[in-house]
Design a protein around this ligand. Structure first.
Ligand code: CP3
Length: 351
């Protein structure tokens, strides 16, 4: 077998940190780093609906690369959305600005399952692989992160029909019709598995599975209704050979259970100290996080103080610096650039 150029590339900092290998400095990236905090993003987005952007490879590549150019982050994350594959198989969904995904006809009964046909990325959404190829060509040694929605969070959008505070309808469906709810999650897992596989084949070097709204579940319900499906998802993507991150917001009570799904790294939001996450999870997982996204709104002194405090509490091995959730649209991008420099400077190993 002849080694292609990618086999000769050094393993990126991000990938080494996610594998809990020694690094010369800690890698940093931000959830929602591509987005409304950047004037150059707002300019490209003008008049282009979100999902159309995701289907236009050169625009998608451009906004994916913007935060890497501006901030010098250690990874890009593919510009897309967790509902993109669902829309690509014909479910009417629109992303409304300031709201999020809105589903034209929410899922209510078993008959709705027939609307979820299997997802064939190469046929249904070839633009994503094209975008990945442009992005990785431009990125050089900086890795690209791919992602997908976890089955519960995707199901919550389909059942609720729109973003919801505590996913009442989805949780009620789980209670009333657990078999239907399970079948829905299994189908959604298959869609996310297909999406992640094709993203890795196209060149992403790590993946993150967003179960953003899992925190609305009790641990008992999570374990019974969701964990077996998320565990299957993580098991099926293990052979892709890239590190896998599992993330939820407001889900400190689920940390051990979510880790049992089998990722390589756990994303932690700002409510749980990293030292506590380390104690509870043991040495077996890398941790990603977890600066409160409001810290960059609070001025440079606060930014430095909080960053130093976070790093002092973080594990030495196996830590990827990130916010505890996405960049807030009102963030001054200069504060994020400053933050990247701070983390690099504080964690740089003298040699
Ligand atoms: O930079 C990145 O992080 C990559 C791009 C990305 C987007 N969505 C782009 C986006 C990623 C990783 C996502 C994932 C996503 N989408 C999640 C999981 C992450 C999380 O935040 O917990 C969820 C829950 C969604 C669903 C969704 N899409 C929401 C809640 C929203 C926000 C609505 C809003 O306007 O505030 C979206 C829209 C969306 N997805 C935007 C972006 C940049 C905003 C679109 C705009 O510019 O108006």
């Amino acid at each position: 077998m002849t080694a292609g150029p990618e086999e000769n590339r050094p393993t990126p900092l991000l990938v080494r940190a996610l594998r809990r290998e020694p690094v010369e400095r800690k890698p940093v990236w931000f959830m929602r780093q591509a987005g409304r905090s950047l004037p150059e993003y707002r300019k490209v987005r003008q008049g282009v609906p979100m999902l159309e952007m995701c289907r236009t490879p050169d625009l998608c590549a451009e906004v994916t690369l913007q935060p890497v150019r501006r901030h010098g982050v250690d990874a890009a994350i593919l510009f897309s959305d967790i509902v993109t594959p669902i829309e690509a198989i014909g479910i009417g969904v629109e992303i409304q600005s300031g709201v999020g995904p809105v589903v034209a006809e929410p899922f209510r009964s078993r008959a709705d399952l027939d609307r979820l046909r299997s997802f064939e990325p190469e046929a249904d959404l070839p633009e994503v692989a094209e975008a990945i190829s442009i992005i990785t060509g431009e990125l050089g040694e900086t890795p690209l992160i791919g992602f997908a929605g976890a089955p519960f969070t995707l199901a919550s959008y389909l059942v609720e029909g729109r973003p919801s505070k505590s996913q009442e309808r989805a949780r009620a469906m789980q209670l009333e019709e657990p078999a239907l709810f399970r079948d829905l999650l299994e189908r959604l897992a298959d869609i996310s598995i297909a999406s992640l596989r094709s993203q890795v084949e196209a060149g992403v070097q790590a993946v993150q599975v967003f179960d953003s709204w899992a925190g609305s579940l009790s641990e008992a319900t999570y374990r019974e209704a969701v964990l077996p499906v998320s565990r299957r998802l993580f098991t099926e993507i293990e052979s892709l050979g890239v590190p896998r991150i599992h993330f939820a917001v407001n889900a400190g009570h689920l940390m051990e259970a979510m880790a049992e799904a089998g990722p390589d790294a756990m994303g932690v939001d700002w409510r749980t100290p990293l030292s506590q996450a380390r104690r509870r999870l043991g040495e077996g997982f890398a941790l990603q996080g977890n600066l409160d996204p409001t810290v960059p709104l609070a001025g440079p002194e606060v930014l430095e103080r909080e960053t130093r405090a976070l790093l002092a509490d973080a594990p030495e091995l196996g830590h990827v610096f990130n916010l505890g959730h996405g960049v807030l649209p009102s963030t001054d991008p200069a504060m994020l650039t400053e933050l990247v420099g701070l983390v690099h400077q504080i964690t740089e190993k003298a040699n």
